[in-house]
Design a protein around this ligand. Sequence first.
Ligand code: ADP
Ligand code: MG
Length: 653
Amino acid sequence: MKRLLLIRGAELALFALLATVPLLVANAYALALLTLLAIYGILLIGLDVTVGYLGQINLGHVAFLGLGAYAAGIGVTRFGLGMPSALAAATAVGLVLGSLLALPALRLEGPQFALATLSFTALSFTFLNEMEGLTGGAQGLSLTRPPLFGHDLSPQGFYWLCTVLLACVWMIMRNLLSSQWGRAIEALRDSPIATDAMGVGVYRHKVAAFALGSALGGLAGGLYAFNFQYLQPQSFVYDLMVILLMGVVLGGRKSLWGAFVGASIVVLLPNLLSNRLIFQAVSGLGLLMALVSGIRGLLRKTTRPFQALAPIVSMGLLVGGGLLVANTEDWRKGIFALMLFSVVVGLPEGLMGFAARFLVRLFRVAPAPLPAPSSLDEVLPSRPADGSTLLELIDLKRHFGGVKAVDGLSMTVRSGQIHGLIGPNGSGKSTVVNVISGLYPPSSGRMLLRGKPLPLGSLYRAARSGVARTFQNLQLFSELTAIENVLVALNGVYRSPLPLVLLGMARAEERHARADALALLELMGLKDQARTKAKDLTYGAQRFLEIARALARRPDLLILDEPAAGLAHPDVLQLIETIRRVHQRGISIILIEHHMDVVSELCTVVTVLDGGRVIAEGSPEDVKRHPKVVEAYLGQTDRDREAAAPDAPPLPA
Ligand code: ADP
Ligand code: MG
């Protein structure tokens, strides 16, 4: 409660302050800066969707600002649009062009994506410059701000309009990003493979996120046009693009407040810097503070030398540079660069990330309370296990070049069974899982789930048809907490239509989902770590979390790929117990295991692979005595002794 009051209270206070400033200070220049601040706030919230949440370097945002601005400008001058329809047109241009750019570009990753968006910026500049008939080319485009519903807006009125729009965008984005949708785009940043395997389409979420960010860029562009009432193509190129990116990184990624702080820096700092005397005094004071706190930290051994030295050096450079550089413009750029460098090195979470941690401690804010877990009967209702055929693999093959990883495998999994799949390293077990779950299409052969063909080569569609899996090489959403990892996969809870989610009216559903996720964590013995980030869990806990996440799909068939690999003995015992409990609820399981004892303990039927083929099948007791199995496993122990071979090739990213 206190947490909610503080956070919402701070938001209310911010907007109340923004709304009343023009009443308190009647200064045209200050009003112009504040208007720009609101516009850039919207712009940076949009940019943060790709840079922060998707984790991609987006160099195309400035183009959407420009295209939105021109769309509004041309709409007003050529087509006589009013303000609302011109702003809608600007947003639509961002949305449509954003989707079109996203479709091809988001198949790319990292530097290639950055280059694709960079070329989009170059192209849109050329377009605006060359289409003189429409845009006025390099001459620029002048427009007058149209009235809003018949009222001519004063500068003050226009500022309020921008602030109201910023508040709306803020609220909508807050609701959206904290919903299932926002978690999905964070999940896909950490592991696209697992996101698809949990039945959450990676590509559609990426495209939608990029289009949404671009739409906000377009909206900001429309406001930009009405603010300056004069547009030139060269305003929307590299300089501004770099400044915008810097704003997001400085302010703090993945945070609305961060975007706002970033916008304030971008808008206000150049003006603050114009008074060099004041700035020199401030940076001198900063140097003094860095010196004092650095030396104190070193003496008390609470900071490492690098941590103490970095702020001293950067403040020293500020003071020294200020004395040396005469040209004010150069000086400003230098300070921006230096600030960016120090924040990237010293505060990787940005100013807001740093401030948030500080404020949480100052106000002793407790994390949001978790609901009581749902009952397990509700989350995983028991199903009858009738022993009917669940999964049929018929002459399945998967070759990698010359490697026949799976080479004509036929096997039948019956409903309600724990079906063991064993075999020496490299015998093709993981490849079977990868083919069933759709990571790879089979080279040939058929797969039927309850008599219906399984989708081939699509993790997403295989997951949707009832298959859930874990990964031999863990694929968790490492930056998300344990409970969020489970929530991403949770199936059949989220039903509210998008408009309700945007308005924040899907809270009951979210509470219900959390209770369900918590029940699954409890089943895995992870309830107390619900709020720990996946990457901070112990290795054993991470393995259990993958199972909890797969169970959240409420699957017909659960495939566990070496769940005991690397576990300590007590954890193996707990694992056996947990798998048994999951099985008791009627979930059919394929268990891939290296340890014969785990298999004997749990499985009713075991299929043994060697060289991608079945060499034996039957009860654990029978296959253990089978001569071919004995031979395969003895060979394996020899091989293991020769070289501690790595377990399996890493999955392609
Ligand atoms: P297991 O899980 O039984 O240890 P795998 O299914 O991981 O075995 O591997 C079976 C064989 O297929 C190995 O020889 C392995 O090198 C090969 N293999 C598996 N995945 C790939 C891949 N993506 N590309 C090439 N070879 C692969
Ligand atoms: Mg394997």
